[in-house]
Design a protein around this ligand. Sequence first.
Ligand SMILES: CC(C)=CCC/C(C)=C/CC/C(C)=C/C=C/C(C)=C/C=C/C=C(C)/C=C/C=C(C)/C=C/C=C(C)/C=C/CC(C)(C)O
Ligand SMILES: C[S@@+](CC[C@H](N)C(=O)[O-])C[C@H]1O[C@@H](n2cnc3c(N)ncnc32)[C@H](O)[C@@H]1O
Length: 382
Amino acid sequence: MTDALPDAVSARRPRGFSWRRWRNRKIASPGFQSWASHFPLTRGHARREGERLFDLVSGFVHSQVLYAVIELDLLEATCDAPQSVARLALRSGIAPDRMEALCQAAVALGLFERVGGGYQLAALGAALMGVPGLVDMIRHHDVFYRDMEDPVAVLKGEKETELARFWPYVFGAGAVEHPEVAERYSGLMAESQALVAEETLRTISFAGVARLLDVGGGTGAFLAAVGRANPALQMVLFDLPAVVPAAETRFHEAGMAGRARVVAGDFHDDPLPSGADAISLVRVCFDHSDDAVAALMAKAFAALPPGGRLIVSEPMAGGARPDRPGDAYFAFYCMAMQTGKARSQARLAEMMKEAGFQGIETPRTRRPFVTSVVTGCKPGAT
Ligand SMILES: CC(C)=CCC/C(C)=C/CC/C(C)=C/C=C/C(C)=C/C=C/C=C(C)/C=C/C=C(C)/C=C/C=C(C)/C=C/CC(C)(C)O
Ligand SMILES: C[S@@+](CC[C@H](N)C(=O)[O-])C[C@H]1O[C@@H](n2cnc3c(N)ncnc32)[C@H](O)[C@@H]1O
């Protein structure tokens, strides 16, 4: 695997002088810490490292403060004018001293500011309101949070996680028999799709694509966005039978029914619709095992004509440069879901190559915490 450390590095035992060992042992000593936090040349750095460590230690409380602000609907309540603690306390059914504690915490986290004698939403809190789907994403974190209560059990694969039940489709078409269940997860997916589509469209061009097949296209939010930006584009959406009626409705309402076809099926068992010169997999691969993704990419390769293009867009891990969104959030999210994993651009590029694709590109998106992109072409175009 591209991202794995070579065995020689991971198994190396300290021999002779190791600068890192010396540094780590020094910093791990309380005596050195006490000296460094006092000495004029080191105390600034020591304080910043202490703050960084404290943030890491207390991060879960920060997330829960954010959760409480949203659960109590305080974003909207404080958006337009400062509100007194007494007023916020009354509308939330929370004692004033506790409400004050929450508001103070929200100020400390940059969500609120103190204005006059009360509290008002700060720019960061306002930004949160403008991210489509984010409030609902945070709301559904209660499920993820309960899973992460025992991260070691999640890592060992011993825990029956709630997220695996929340997104039932990952267990195959059979699990999505009930339209109301499909509606619950599809709504959250569709809302959060707006930014993913925006970022993908800013990163790659669909000029020259005549027909785009979006596999695992959900309720059609991605295709609708690509279709709006490319008015001549023909579109095909492929997803599980319980999901596709919502896509049909969306295309109809968007006036796209004439150029968007919806096909119900299971990509594990059914062939992909043919006739598209590009196939997109948007937030699909990270739900599935390596074997399932390899098989899906092979199916996509078979369904494309020579010169046809495969586009993968989803939040990715950092690979050789691990990052917080990909490696500390999505990797654990996928682990709790139990069926898939967050992969790096390099790993997905490697898998595409194994499926036969060439000319693989890994463009940088401006907001990798929203999505990253990998594309490849089926060889043989004239
Ligand atoms: C107007 C004046 C006076 C000044 C302007 C100053 C200025 C330019 C301010 C900037 C304000 C601004 C426009 C900020 C914009 C901020 C944005 C767009 C922030 C976006 C943040 C997005 C976030 C945090 C996204 C988080 C997404 C998450 C957590 C997604 C989770 C997705 C999951 C779990 C999906 C799971 C899928 C599954 C189940 C694995 O298949
Ligand atoms: C994370 S959602 C992404 C939906 C959409 N592409 C988006 O980004 O909003 C994954 C999608 O893959 C679909 N899916 C999962 N397993 C599938 C399968 N075996 N065959 C077809 N679609 C499947 C799900 O129904 C769901 O709509």
